[in-house]
Design a protein around this ligand. Structure first.
Ligand SMILES: NC(=O)c1ccc[n+]([C@@H]2O[C@H](COP(=O)([O-])OP(=O)(O)OC[C@H]3O[C@@H](n4cnc5c(N)ncnc54)[C@H](O)[C@@H]3O)[C@@H](O)[C@H]2O)c1
Length: 335
């Protein structure tokens, strides 16, 4: 029996991970430390509120007292807490530096003091920069070349995590993954935004020509890959989590088709500043631990569309009254 501290567990991937872990490890205790920023939704965890193995603590990872309280008796830390939206980081990098870098620093210092058995840090493919159409995918050995304040803050936090292993022997692991999609994703991000717009009878805002390519992973596959690294990964190592590469225009067409709409429902909008062209990840190292994804992109998309159709109670309040983020005179379209 283990006790896990999940930070940012009221967010998209964190809430999916908590559901996943309690389902697959029913004897374990999970503590969720989350500051409930605009991106944190306790509604995502409503069904497990009464589970005796689950505890929620409202607190900030930059606050040493909050983290100290949450770390008591913890065996493993899984750090999802972050500012995660690239467009918001272009508008104002400071909360990204604060939470992603300083917050990770507080977590690491406290984890070391409490002698946790594993500190697992969730990172992104965006730390590696961008790829051209024919470049080979990123691997764990690709140098970090972040291009947005978001990606730079994640890269800085990863380096801090690695330094705690090299300097203090804190048993760390890191996973770098591509774009997740699935249930409980905030409708500010591309896939849920497009699905919910169409369900509300609105057009979908596609940046530029939609030629940008992303590596997509269904969120449950990300959860199982994190589990694989926690259980079988080697301490001190980073693992890339690969998915299915898709152009944004292809993703858009698939969503339109699934919801019975034609391309007149696309609204072309200005491109993001410094928009990375392509990400792709080689996950051979992870697959060598025995992990395999269960869902390809199309299967994951079907599941996701079904979930948003059936769970309007979850996403409708999030879209009401929320102003669009405006990055340098552009709005936020979540791509
Ligand atoms: N979503 C993706 O496609 C994706 C891809 C690669 C990596 N990641 C990484 O995965 C992690 C989770 O991403 P997500 O999409 O679930 O994010 P999210 O924005 O949906 O959720 C972030 C959560 O962190 C909480 N949080 C923010 N600042 C905090 C603070 N100072 N203290 C405590 N809690 C705080 C928020 O309230 C929210 O619940 C992040 O580290 C992100 O960088 C995400």
């Amino acid at each position: 029996m283990s006790k896990l501290l999940v930070t940012g567990g009221a967010g998209f991937i964190g809430s999916n991970f908590i559901h996943y872990w309690l389902r697959t490890h029913p004897g374990d205790q999970v503590v969720n430390l989350d500051a409930l920023t605009y991106a944190g939704h306790l509604e995502s965890l409503k069904d497990i509120e009464g589970n005796p193995n689950y505890t929620f603590i409202k607190g900030d990872i930059t606050d040493a007292a909050d983290v100290e309280k949450a770390m008591a008796g913890v065996d493993m830390v899984v750090n999802f807490a972050a500012e995660s939206h690239v467009d918001r980081s272009i508008m104002d990098p400071s909360p990204f530096i604060n939470t992603n870098v300083m917050g990770t620093g507080v977590l690491l210092a406290t984890a070391l003091k409490h002698e946790v058995k594993r500190f697992h840090h969730i990172s992104t493919d965006e730390t590696y920069g961008q790829l051209g159409l024919n470049d080979p995918p990123f691997t764990e050995n690709t140098p970090y070349r972040p291009r947005s304040p978001y990606a730079a803050s994640k890269a800085a936090s990863d380096l801090l995590v690695i330094s705690y292993y090299r300097t203090y022997k804190l048993p760390i692991t890191i996973t770098n993954c591509g774009n997740n999609f699935g249930p409980y994703q905030d409708p500010e991000k591309l896939i849920p935004r497009f699905i919910t717009n169409l369900l509300e009878g609105q057009k979908v805002p596609l940046m530029g020509q939609g030629e940008n390519i992303r590596d997509w992973i269904f969120v449950l596959d990300d959860c199982s890959s994190i589990e694989t690294v926690l259980l079988h990964g080697q301490v001190g190592e980073t693992y890339c989590i690969g998915g299915d590469q898709q152009r944004n225009i292809e993703v858009t067409r698939k969503i339109l088709k699934a919801l019975g709409k034609d391309e007149s429902w696309i609204e072309r909008v200005a491109d993001r500043l410094g928009h990375d062209f392509r990400y792709a990840l080689d996950d051979t190292k992870l697959q060598n631990l025995g992990w395999k994804p269960e869902f390809n992109f199309d299967q994951g998309l079907d599941e996701t569309i079904k979930w948003y159709k059936e769970n309007e109670w979850w996403w409708r309040p999030l879209k009401q009254g929320r102003p669009n983020v405006d990055a340098s005179a552009q709005k936020s379209y979540g791509q």
